[in-house]
Structure formats: C-alpha cells, structure tokens
Design a binder for this molecule. Sequence first.
Ligand SMILES: Nc1ncnc2c1ncn2[C@@H]1O[C@H](COP(=O)(O)OP(=O)(O)O)[C@@H](O)[C@H]1O
Ligand SMILES: CC(=O)N[C@@H](CCC(=O)OP(=O)(O)O)C(=O)O
Length: 249
Amino acid sequence: MIVKYGGNAMKSLDLRRAVARELAALRGETPVVVVHGGGPVIERELAARGLESEFVGGLRVTTPQAMDVVEMALGQLGKQLAQDLGAAVGLTGRDCALLRAEVLDPRLGRVGRVTGVNAGLLRTLLGAGLTPVVGCVAVGEDGEALNVNADTAAGAVAGALGEGVVFLTDVDGVYRAYPDPGSRATQLTRAEVEEGIAAGWIAGGMIPKVRAALDALDRGAPFATIASGMTAGVLAQAARGEAGTRIVP
Ligand SMILES: Nc1ncnc2c1ncn2[C@@H]1O[C@H](COP(=O)(O)OP(=O)(O)O)[C@@H](O)[C@H]1O
Ligand SMILES: CC(=O)N[C@@H](CCC(=O)OP(=O)(O)O)C(=O)O
C-alpha cells in the first residue's frame, strides 16, 4: 500500500506520532511505500534564505535556486522520517531515476509532470524488508531535479505498483460543503469531484489530492482514499473503505 504523508499531517507532534504509529502497525500487515511532501518545511527553508515563492494552481513556482532548497529540505526530511520508522530507506525520485518527469509548464519553472516510476527499485527494497520513504523530487529530461507535488507523486507510484493509496492529511476526508460545516463524503465519484472543484467546495490543497486519486485509479490502483492520520487503525480502515473519503471512478 502507498501512503502519502504531507506537510499538514507533520505540523503537530501529536499528529506525527499518530502517523508513525499507524505506519508501524500497517507494516505488520502489508508492505508499505511512503511518499512524502513537506510544504511547511520547504516554506521555512525558503524564507530563511529570503526566497519567496508563489503558487499557481496549487503548485509552487520553482526557480532553479528554489529547487535546490526544495531538494535539500525534502532530502533531510525523508532521512528523518526513515529514521523514525526504522527498517526504512529515505530517497527521492532522483535515486535510480525512481521518479522521471518532464517540465510541466515553463511558466512554473522547475515543476515536473511524472512520466515514469522505477517500480523495480521499490519492489527490490520491499523484497528486502525495507520501507521506501520517497521525497517528491523527480529527475528531469536534462538530468536535473524537478519539483513534483507530493500528492501527484504518490498517485503515480500507486498507479505504477498497481496498489492502493491513502492520502493522509489533517482532515478526515473530503467535506461536501467546505468551508462551511458539512458532511464528510464517504465516497466521491469522478463526476462529483469535478463538480466539487467547479463549485469551489473542493479547494486549495484538496484539489491535487482528488486529482492524484483519480490518476492513480486510471493507472490501475485498486483504491484511493483521503483520510486523517489521527485515529488509531485509520490506514487499515481506509484500505477497507471504512475511514476517510474513497474516490471511485
Ligand atoms: N472539501 C474539502 N474538505 C476538506 N478539506 C478541504 C476541502 N477543500 C479544501 N480543503 C482543505 O484542504 C486541506 C488539505 O490539503 P493540504 O493543506 O494541501 O494538505 P497536506 O499538506 O496534507 O497535503 C485541508 O486542511 C482543508 O483546508
Ligand atoms: C510543485 C509543488 O508545489 N511541490 C510541492 C512539493 C511538496 C509538497 O507537495 O508537500 P505537501 O504534501 O506537504 O503539500 C512544494 O513545493 O510545496
């Protein structure tokens, strides 16, 4: 199973501990690949260097200078996450061309669209009993780094392995009337997702998640669910469709 772990779910110590417990429990049941982002850490490291960045369509406009910072921040974060997990290897998409990408849109700078996943490397690590912890940096056609949204990267990995994916975040699913208090959808179809984006109740960072979920399903993943890492047993429940919001074709 693929678990996407993002910046919002790393923000509080409680949430980090809960996610670490969840990942440890899940590993007892099934092999796990962690794909991680780290938006707030990237933001902090850019600010510390006096670099501002803007988002267009939920994607960070990434200059070559910012790319260096993104790669450094995600690399360090991945090593920490792998160390927390134990029996895990922190890498990014640049290792053994794990994630290959092309420039998505030159106006966004070094932002990538995933074109290939080295599934063999992931299977080799899993076969050795090691959990891959993958930071969302890809290698571009020019051999240099490209910044990929972590949800998008997780969706691509799930599709390449043909396994289910859970996007862990700080909300326990997709809400129908967001940001008004509303009800969590237990399931959303492609048509409902498109309607939610058009109507604005699927917004901001939720958009790349639902799009990555649909992309994973299109590429053959058996399920794609958005859930919060706070509840005990949530990953196993999400895999059974008992927690979070399951995106369906
Ligand atoms: N319909 C919705 N239901 C729930 N959350 C939503 C919805 N639309 C937008 N959001 C926002 O999306 C956020 C999760 O995305 P993001 O901040 O990118 O998380 P992460 O860092 O975990 O990838 C939520 O905290 C919430 O503010
Ligand atoms: C292109 C792009 O926007 N890349 C993201 C990669 C990190 C990410 O996605 O982290 P979260 O999962 O914590 O949001 C960024 O630079 O913030």
